[in-house]
Write a protein that binds this ligand. Sequence first.
Ligand SMILES: [Zn+2]
Length: 558
Amino acid sequence: MTVHRNASWVLVCVVSLILAADLSGQSRGSKAISAENMKPHLRFLGAREFRGRSAPSSELDIASKYIALEAARIGLKPLMPDGSYFQNVPVEVTTVSPSRSYLRVTGPSSELRFFIPQAFTASPQGGEWAAGGGVVFVGSALNGPEPKWDDALGLDLRGKFAVILEAPPPSSGTTGQSTATGTAARTRLLREKGAIGLVTIISRERETNLTQKGLAFDITERLRFLDVDTVNPAPPPLPGTTPATAAPAPAPAPPAPFYTVQVRHEAGAAMLGVSADELGRLFDALGRNQPIEPRAVPVRLIEFSVLCDVRTRTTPNVVASLPGSDPTLKDEYVVIGSHHDHNPSREGRIFPGADDNASACVAMLEIAKAMMIERPRRSVIFVWHTAEERGLVGAYYFVQHSPVPVEKISANLNLDMITRNDPNGIYLIGSNKISSELDRSFHEMTNASVKLALDYKYEDPGEPSRFFFRSDQYPYIRYGIPGVWIFCGTTPDYHQETDIEEKADYVKMEKVTRLAYLVAMDVGNKPALLKLDLHPEIKTRGAHNMKVIWQRRPQTPP
Ligand SMILES: [Zn+2]
C-alpha cells in the first residue's frame, strides 16, 4: 500500500515535471515576446514614406528587403530554391501611356492639346481607344441618385461626349452606395441616349488639392497576375432551376463602346468654351444645389487617343524557415503568414496600413525570435505574402508554387490586423472549418496564457461582411490546409490615412502575438499533422480541394 502510494506519488511528480518542462519551455519563448521589441519595426513598416506599400511597387520591394534582412538576422533560413528569401510573383502591368496619349480640343479659332497625367486621366481597364465627337454640357440634369434625362430639353447626345461637373463629396447622410448607384444609372442613361462617352470635370476640392500639392493625376494600373489561379468555382444550380446542360442562350450583341475620362479644370474649361472664372461660377452654383441648364456646346470637337504601355515585373512573397527540432517531423510544416502589402496612394493621400497589416508582419518577426529560444518539432515557414489587397494573390501563388509539398503543411495561421478594438478579445475565422484540433488548440492556449476571449462573430462564410473569403487563410483553406485568420476587426481607420502606428494597442498586439506563437508551437509539436475531421469533402490536403464550394451567400434560416 505504502509502496503503491509512493509509486503514485513518483508518477505524479514525473508527469508534473514533464508538463512543467513543456510549459516552461514554451513560456521561455513566450516570455521573450515583448511589445517594446515590436515598436521600432511597426514605426518603420507603418511609416507614410512607404506610400502604402502597394503591390507591385518599389516601396513594397524595400519593405520586403527589410523583412528578409530581419529574418536573416534572427536566424531564419531562406527557403527558395535559389537560396533567397524572395518568391517573386510575376505580374503584367498595364498603364495608360503618358507619352503617347492625348486629348485635343478644337474650337472655332483654336486647337489645344492636353496630356496624361497632368490634364486628364483614363482607366487602363478600358484598353486602348481613340474617339472624337461634339460636346454636350449636361449641367445638373443628371445629378442625384436616380438621374433622368428630359427629352424636352431637346439636346441630341448621339455621337457626342457628355460633360459633367463632379459633385462635391457626399455630405453626411448620403451613402457611398447611393452615389455609386447614381453613377451607374447615369452611365446607363447616357449610353441609351447614344452618347459615346462621359467626361467628368473633377470637383473643385480635388482640383485645389492637386494644385496645392503640385500633383498630377495618379497613373492607375491594370494588373494581371501570371501563373496563379484564383478563380472560384461556380456554385451548383439550385434545385428546380435550369440544368447546366441546357443550350446556352445566344450571346447578346456587344454594347457600343462608351468611354469615361476625368479632366482637370483647364481642359474642362476649354471643352466648355468658358473661362476659368466662369467654370468657377458653375461649381459655385453646383455647391449651392442651384440647377444648371444643360446645353450643347457648338463648334467644339474633342478627340481622345488613349494608348497603353505594358510591362512585366515581379512582386515578392518573403519566405523564411525555421527547421524543426525533430529529425523526422522537420519534414512537416506549420505556415505562419501575414501580408505586407497595402493600398496605393491616391492624389497625394497615403494609406500607411499600420494595423493592416504592418502589425502582423512585425508580430511574425517576434514569433520567429521566440522560436529561436524554443524550437518546435516541425519546421515553421514564415511567409509575408504580397498582393493580398489585390485578391489574395501572394497566398494563392505560395500554395500553388510551394517550395515544400502542400500535403506536409499541417496548418496556416494567418495574422492580419491585430492591434485594435477589444483589448481582451480576438476574432477567429476559419479555425473550425477543416480540423477540430486547430480550434481546440486556440482554446487551450488562450486559457493557459493570455486569456483572450475567442470571438466567432465573423467565422461563417455566409456572414454579410464575407471576411471568411477576404484574407490569406482562404487560399490555404481552399487547398484543404486547416487555416485561420486571427483578426482584431475593422475600425473607422480601415484603409484610411489614419491607420497609423500611433493608434496601435501594443498590449493587445503582444497578447495576440503570444497566442499565435503558442498555437504554432502546439501545432508544431503535435504527434501528427492536424486531422481533417470537420468537412465532409476535405479528407486530404492538396489542389483537388479547389473544387469545394464554400457558401458565399448568407444562409437563409430553414
Ligand atoms: Zn489586411
